[in-house]
Design a protein around this ligand. Sequence first.
Ligand code: FAD
Length: 393
Amino acid sequence: MDFRFTEEEEAFRREVREWIKEEVPQRWYDLGPGIWEETEESWAISRVFQKKLGQKGWLAPGYPKQYGGAEMSVGKQLVLSEELARADAPIGVETSIAVGWVGPTIMLFGNEDQKEKYVKGVATGDLVFCLGYSEPNAGSDLASLKTTAIGDGNDYLVNGQKIWTSYAHYADYCWLAARTDPNAARRYDGVSMFVVDMKSPGITVNPIINLLERHSFNEVFFDSVRVPGQNLVGEKNKGWYELMIALDHERSPSGGIASFAKTLEVLVDVARKRNINQDSHIRQKIAQIAVEMEVAKVLAYRVAWMYGKGLHPSYEASISIMKTSEVLRKQAEVGMAVLGPYSQLARDSKWTVELGKIERLLLSCLSIGIGGGTNEIQRNIIAQRALGLPRGR
Ligand SMILES: Cc1cc2nc3c(=O)[nH]c(=O)nc-3n(C[C@H](O)[C@H](O)[C@H](O)COP(=O)(O)OP(=O)(O)OC[C@H]3O[C@@H](n4cnc5c(N)ncnc54)[C@H](O)[C@@H]3O)c2cc1C
């Protein structure tokens, strides 16, 4: 097995690196927003950059050309995502939501009109999606969702509440899970998936301020929101399967791994500068992180490889996201230890190190073991789907 990239892939890496240097404005780096830390200004820069990526087919590189992609090999896709991460380019979770999770699911279940409009729309960077899954009483137990979409002529009327809806305040559309048959015998039946225009009358978006004291997610209320029947994706009452496929995509963090490697570089750099690389305790911990990151990387590569072969990773994706989240958390904790009291300084303090990146990582990375299913839920999936253990209650 040869884990190295080919000469062609390395040449592509150089091309991407040059392109990114040209296209990311210095202002982006001055603002330096991390995950879940967007501001109006950083968001605007991201939108412009992502449209440029879209024009090259690089925003959704694995998509068919017909839908705005580049039909790129898995190897080159990994190179591209590594370079974007290495450069801290203006790519955030909103890209993962639209291009990584919603787009591929609509590609699989949607009709031609829907693919032309939504799949192409996310690949060109023109459309932003939010995910309408979680509700106040339906998170891990998503099958308890209560939001309804009841037929009314050719339309559906949606009523209910979603919560933790990332980027609902920016999104053009919501990828919504709603109950179309409240009387279905099994809770998993009677759920359908819709694309809902966020400008529809009856939608109210209220901000929730996150741990980083930024507005990244929301609660969203649907009050008799009229959704055209043509916005139903896939088969009515069979949406649970679409939801599971979309969640498997969400648990496939291949691109993200590269950005964590970048944080390790920061960690090593800080350890050197603070002259604590002689401290064997810290050395041990940083080396341990480096090893675990390699493990996480290989697990993520396996998931990417499976997609490349037309296979659908399920428990493999759960293993990958779980390991990724654990490594990230450890990385942040070790970073805090390396920085000592400096780790608690806010990014605007004059004594802060690397713009408070480590402290911000600690606060933001907690989300990775929660969104898309908590690590406990990933372990339940692995126990059930990989090991054949009985289903939990
Ligand atoms: C940053 C962030 C962004 C998010 N963005 C979105 C979004 O855009 N759209 C969206 O729909 N949702 C989003 N979420 C919500 C996320 O999907 C839920 O928080 C998650 O599914 C957990 O649900 P919950 O918060 O209701 O916790 P609960 O389900 O109430 O879980 C509470 C605790 O109980 C544990 N637990 C629950 N059931 C089991 C079980 N069967 N076995 C073992 N342990 C169990 C959980 O692991 C957890 O520790 C986001 C969350 C975060 C943190």
